[in-house]
Design a protein around this ligand. Structure first.
Ligand code: ADP
Length: 520
């Protein structure tokens, strides 16, 4: 992924994150609208159904009243007079039996004089103040009329746990007619509107269901969009982390590449200079050595001999520095032999024994027998040698170096050197593997970088720690060589025995050289 996907704040997927927020807001807004529209359409459907139901009820009642009350009363008494208790009672019987079991909140009949002539609530009889304006309209048009009555507005209804009974009602105004037979002029059936039947149904429960339905839609949309949004955010965060890690890795690799290029070019310059220096230096050192040997007995300790010794020692030290430079500047690809670590430790401690004895430093070894690693004997010798020299130089006088070696379960060998010196300066730990970093007056700062280069070239790892008990500990993790059956199968140059002579190249200090930094 390119760096173009990183926004100004350095956050990758910034645009995607922004878009996901925008889409969440859009989804939320559309959920609210959707819930509103669906709820509205459900309410309209419900009203239509209730109106049809009201119409049906009213026309049935009209029929029943006409057949079971108006007609028989007319035939029996010649006129309708609801003030007569008997007639009123008869009408009431017809109405009550017809609406029995139906959800009717109130039922009134308004006469042509707009007065309440009949009501299922007898206290309303004769009242004119209850007559709605729509009575006039139905009387004159003869067409049914519907009204929705509410005591709670729709918005507040949304936030009520349960709507109070009677919050929503549907009022059906139905004309009560008397058939006048077929019109002579038009040939159409004629009827006379004698009153208006008003039926009020409580539809609160249905409204309540619509409100709950709206909430259900809203909650479903909100829930699903929130889950989708959370998933999107999770994946974006994960992708961001991965991208950030990759970018950090790339940056590190780029920096390493840059550093390596710098070091490579520096190494080439150093290597050519060192090459030029090494030969004359060898001549100076061997000439000084020859002159020292040829100094007559009586001149031993004279100023001339002291100068010669200084020339010899300094040329040895210079020669070591040159070798260090060359080792670091021209790292070679390690061979893949089976290398006996015990043999290497024998060689290295044997070589440094005299110097360690002089400083009072003991070397204790606790290394598993037959511990073989896969690698280059000469380079590994050099690494061990550098670590041991650093260790006794850090101890300065009277101390101990503990060398431990063991196989690990992950197919690696762990070889550690724990000295009783002051330990690594904690604040400098991150810099100790940088080339040319030294705290010593005569140090080159190349010892540990060389060790690190050698170990990593062996696909191993180098760890620098200050253990709890004090001192410094250097741990080398190297690939184990003696995997099951491999020891028997190993052959050729990779199968040299532990005691095979070391074929040291210019990576190794010669017997004439002092240990690193000329501390001998
Ligand atoms: P040099 O020995 O020339 O200084 P190195 O790369 O070998 O270069 O070491 C770098 C620095 O690491 C040393 O100067 C020293 O400060 C620190 N160091 C190395 N080994 C030890 C040790 N065993 N104990 C304490 N400090 C150490």
């Amino acid at each position: 992924m390119s760096e173009k996907n990183v926004d100004d704040k350095g956050l990758p997927f910034g645009l995607t994150r922004f878009l996901s927020w925008v889409s969440l807001i859009l989804i939320l807004a559309s959920s609210v609208l959707l819930a509103f529209f669906i709820g509205n359409s459900a309410r309209n459907t419900l009203l239509l159904r209730q109106q049809q139901y009201g119409m049906l009820m009213a026309s049935n009642l009209n029929q029943q009243i006409y057949r079971r009350f108006t007609l028989p009363t007319f035939l029996a008494f010649g006129r309708i007079a609801l003030r007569q208790t008997m007639q009123y009672q008869q009408l009431d019987d017809v109405v009550q039996s017809t609406i029995l079991g139906l959800h009717v909140e109130s039922l009134r009949i308004y006469g042509a004089d707009r007065v309440v002539n009949y009501s299922i609530n007898p206290t309303e009889l004769g009242r004119t103040d209850l007559t709605p304006a729509s009575v006039e309209r139905v009387m004159s048009s003869g067409i049914p009329y519907f009204e929705t009555l509410s005591t709670v507005n729709m918005l507040s209804a949304m936030f009520m746990l349960k709507l109070p009974d009677g919050s929503y009602s549907l009022r059906t105004m139905f004309p009560l007619t008397v058939d006048l037979g077929i019109s002579e002029s038009t040939g159409e059936p004629e009827s006379l509107v004698t009153g208006v039947l008003e039926i009020t149904q409580d539809i609160t429960d249905d409204y309540d269901s619509v409100v709950r339905f709206q909430w259900l839609i809203l909650a479903t949309c909100l829930g699903s969009s929130t889950i989708l949004f959370a998933m999107l955010q999770f994946f974006i965060a994960k992708a961001e982390r991965t991208l950030a890690e990759r970018m950090a890795r790339n940056r590190k690799l780029e920096a390493e590449l840059h550093q390596n290029e710098k070091l490579a070019s520096m190494g080439r310059v150093i290597a050519s200079i060192a090459h030029e220096i090494r030969n004359p230096l060898g001549i100076i050192r061997s000439s000084a050595e020859l002159l020292i040997r040829r100094t007559p007995e009586q001149e031993k300790g004279s100023a001339t001999q002291r100068i010669l010794t200084a020339i010899h020692d300094e040329s040895c030290r210079l020669s070591q520095i040159v070798n260090d430079f060359l080792d670091y500047a021209r790292p070679r690809v390690p061979r893949q032999d089976r290398v006996d670590l015990n043999a290497l430790l024998n060689q290295a401690t044997g070589f440094l024994e005299g110097e360690m004895k002089r400083l009072g430093v003991d070397c204790l070894r606790d290394v598993e027998p037959s511990l073989f690693v896969l690698g280059d004997k000469d380079l590994l010798y050099r690494a061990i040698y550098n670590v041991l020299v650093n260790a006794y130089q850090a101890i300065e006088r009277d101390g101990m170096i503990r060398v431990r070696g063991r196989r690990r379960d992950d197919g690696m060998v762990e070889l550690s050197f724990h000295d009783s010196g002051p330990g690594f300066p904690p604040d400098l730990l991150p810099k100790l593997l940088d080339p040319f970093f030294t705290t010593k007056d005569h140090g080159t700062g190349l010892g540990l970088p060389i060790v690190n280069t050698i170990i990593t070239a062996h696909n191993g790892r180098l760890l620098l720690t200050n253990p709890e008990g004090g001192g410094a500990m250097i741990t080398m993790l190297l690939p184990l060589a003696d995997l099951p059956g491999e020891r028997e199968d190993a052959s050729g140059e990779g199968n040299e025995g532990p005691d095979a002579p070391l074929t040291l190249t210019d990576t190794l200090p010669s017997e004439n050289e002092t240990p690193r930094h000329g501390e001998a």
